[in-house]
Design a protein. Sequence first.
Length: 305
Amino acid sequence: MTRWPAPALSILIYHRVLARADPLLPGEPDGAQFERHLRLLKRCFNVLPLGQAARRLRDGTLPWRAACITFDDGYADNAEVALPLLQKYGLDACFFIATGYLDGGQMWNDRIIERVRHAAGGELDLSAHGLGRLPLGSVAQRLLAIDAILGALKYQPFERRQAVAAAIHDQGAYPRRAALMMSSAQVVALRRAGMEIGAHTQRHPILAQQADPEARSDIGAGKRQLEQLLQAPVTLFAYPNGKHGRDYGAQHVDIVKSLGFEAAVATDWGVARAGCDLFQLPRFTPWDRGSVRFLLRLGQNMLRA
């Protein structure tokens, strides 16, 4: 007799939803693409708040084709572009906020992207930082330059990564721009709109590269700051970068549990089923632009578990 697998939970990760497509951010959907995703999710899945989905995983009551929508980091376009679309379709999402970048902050990777975007001429000389001279004559070359710089810095010790990114950024001149990250008021507005707010550390470090007391401090600070802002418990957590064994380990899972979180998400692909570890829930990045490929990719991801 054929036995069907247990109901599975697909958790989608987004970072940004752009007001308009950006050739230097090809993996980030614009509003129209995100709306297509929402229509498909509404039609084909049971979209649940992440906290409820985690409890139903624990209790064995997860519905078939369950899905959750999550956002990492705390970009302002989450509130400005994504929230109205979520409300249009009556769907919930969980927003994981790195609190150190609220109210005018800028993450290290965005400093690099901004530097490459506004670099004049056909080359960016980063020899002083050990990164050579990078050609910038086309959009494709600028994308390669961004990937090369981010790849070289990502796993540097936190303070060095921050310092080098700041030094590279400060070599350039930039037009005035709107705030890239959310304001505290936007986080509160998301919560008042019925969205979930989760913690994502304070400074967004690679936890595996920190001493355990420092990692605990960063995780705990992000949680406390959000709870003070929202005047409510924050019970969901997302590991920065989120690959098990590379970006976080068993000791960080233990820290998250000890700080009173009820569930946590990683970025390893796959789906969650009853009996899984609620503190290492896998997630899926939906980069496909076409509707058919988007659904096929979700289906392939469901076969991983």
